[in-house]
Design a binder for this molecule. Structure first.
Ligand code: SF4
Length: 477
């Protein structure tokens, strides 16, 4: 199954570009997040040292992932939990379905989990008649809208108050005011009952601490705590790269995650869970199942893309990306949007449906600069483009153009002929300002949105020769 969205890339981008509200709200949100991050980074002081330390921790962990996964799994089981390694999305979901059937579950409550989005858990549970309810407010909104998240940490960033009021009014069966407090109150009231009646709680996992087999969750709404303590069965869905070796290591990455994500020093709730309820505990789930999901992640191990597994899903790269600012998350088509998604999605799933994503970047490098664990995102985007060209996936016209360019660079006479032809073919098509607005053939689409200067009336070579002829030595010699 794909990571999502059936529309072709160009159509998704066009849809987004034609949505002025989306573009304005992304611009505002990016500015807010960036300012918050900057302040929080300054307050931390030596941010670069923290980034270097966090990068070293992530690198070490991923280089020894087999060891730390084994240690983590052993400790989860020692704590009374159950671990299941799922190689594929299918295996992960089938385990969950078996569990839901064994528990005769009717309702499952979820806190935010990108892996559960990636594996289409809600949809698959609904197919067997189990109601799956998102409890994170943003996720709840997009669930009602039947949409994908459009940002890693702010899934409903593309929705305004009016749209949210309409969605909630449809559930309420009456018109609700476009008032943030009233809408939040309504969602809380709706979700409270679901929490109390859910048979299973599904959470994600921000970090998994190997040395004690603990799951660490960060949230701002408290819903993760209710999800993981009220239902009798707690299921954790985690990507296999979520591991950190020790609590000391957690300190470094946890210091950077909220600062990079929302500009907070710390999120409102940081929850650490070490196994299910013990004998003398007053509350907590009776069972804890940890599903560790590969789903293509091991494709990255041992390759140029291994460091994409260092990602801590902070969303900082989205918050600085000029392409994301214009097209938003849905245009990427994947549950992972922005620069991280443009790299991660083809790495997880191959190029078949995702060959455009490495091109959804201006390669300005802002993402790499923003990344708290120093993932060289823009270098990876170039590498992915190189791989695509190596696999002959680029359009034939582009390949032909580059072949001709290569030949022209090799043979000066051919280069000169090319320049002359370009001048005679393209200059007549230029507008008054000297730009081509409607290029011929394949240039047509390109020039619709970009300025393409027409070739100069006289090339440098021609000028140089003319100077030599009329003035003896050309100027500057
Ligand atoms: S790639 Fe870096 S900046 Fe982007 S989400 Fe991951 S950790 Fe954050």
């Amino acid at each position: 199954m794909s990571l999502s969205n059936p529309l072709p890339f160009k159509e998704r981008v066009e849809q987004a570009l034609n949505d002025p509200f989306l573009r304005q709200s992304l611009k505002n949100a990016q500015a807010r997040f960036r300012e918050g991050k900057q302040k929080a980074g300054q307050a931390l002081g030596n941010l670069e040292e923290w980034r270097t330390r966090a990068e070293a921790i992530r690198r070490h962990t991923i280089e020894h992932l087999d060891y730390y996964l084994d240690l983590f799994a052993t400790n989860v089981e020692k704590n009374g939990g159950t671990v299941f390694f799922a190689e594929t999305e299918q295996e992960a979901v089938e385990y969950l379905i078996r569990l839901a059937k064994a528990k005769q579950a009717q309702t499952v409550i979820k806190s935010k989990s990108m892996v559960s989005e990636e594996t289409h858990v809600n949809h698959r549970l609904e197919e067997i008649g189990v109601e799956a309810i998102e409890s994170d407010l943003g996720e709840y909104i997009i669930q009602l809208a039947k949409e994908m998240p459009s940002h890693i940490i702010a899934p409903a960033i593309h929705k305004n108050r009016k749209q949210i009021a309409q969605l909630f009014s449809a559930v309420a069966g009456e018109e609700l005011p476009e008032d943030t407090s009233a809408l939040t109150r309504f969602a809380r009231h709706q979700l409270r009952d679901k929490f109390l009646n859910a048979n299973i709680g599904i959470s994600g996992c921000n970090f998994a601490v190997a040395e004690t087999g603990s799951i660490v969750l960060v949230s701002n709404e408290g819903n993760a705590r209710l999800t993981t303590t009220l239902p009798k069965t707690h299921v954790v869905m985690m990507g296999m790269e979520r591991i950190v070796p020790t609590w000391e290591d957690l300190d470094a990455v946890l210091s950077l995650l909220p600062r990079s994500a929302t500009g907070q020093k710390i999120t409102s709730y940081v929850t650490a869970l070490t196994g299910p309820r013990r004998e003398n505990d007053q509350d907590g789930p009776e069972e804890m199942h940890v599903i560790i999901v590969d789903n293509g992640r091991s494709n990255a191990l041992g390759t140029d893309y291994q460091s994409i597994l260092h990602c801590i899903r902070c969303g900082a790269c989205l918050n600085v990306c000029p392409v994301y600012r214009h097209i938003g998350g849905h245009a990427y088509g994947s549950v992972y949007p922005g620069p991280i998604g443009a790299v991660l999605t083809p790495v997880l799933k191959g190029f078949d449906q995702w060959e455009e994503l490495p091109y959804a970047s201006s390669l300005c490098g802002a993402c790499t600069e923003a990344c708290p664990v120093k993932i060289p995102l823009h270098d990876m985007l170039i590498d992915l483009r190189r791989d695509e060209v190596g696999q002959k996936r680029s359009p034939w016209i582009e390949r032909l153009a580059f072949r001709l360019f290569g030949a022209a660079m090799k043979y000066p006479a051919l280069y000169r002929l090319g320049l002359k032809m370009a001048k005679y073919l393209l200059r007549p098509q230029a507008g008054e300002e000297g730009f081509l607005n409607k290029g011929p053939g394949p240039l047509k689409a390109w020039t619709q949105a970009r300025d393409f200067p027409a070739p100069a009336p006289e090339s440098f070579r021609e000028w140089w020769e003319r100077q030599g002829r009329h003035g003896g030595e050309p100027h500057g010699r």
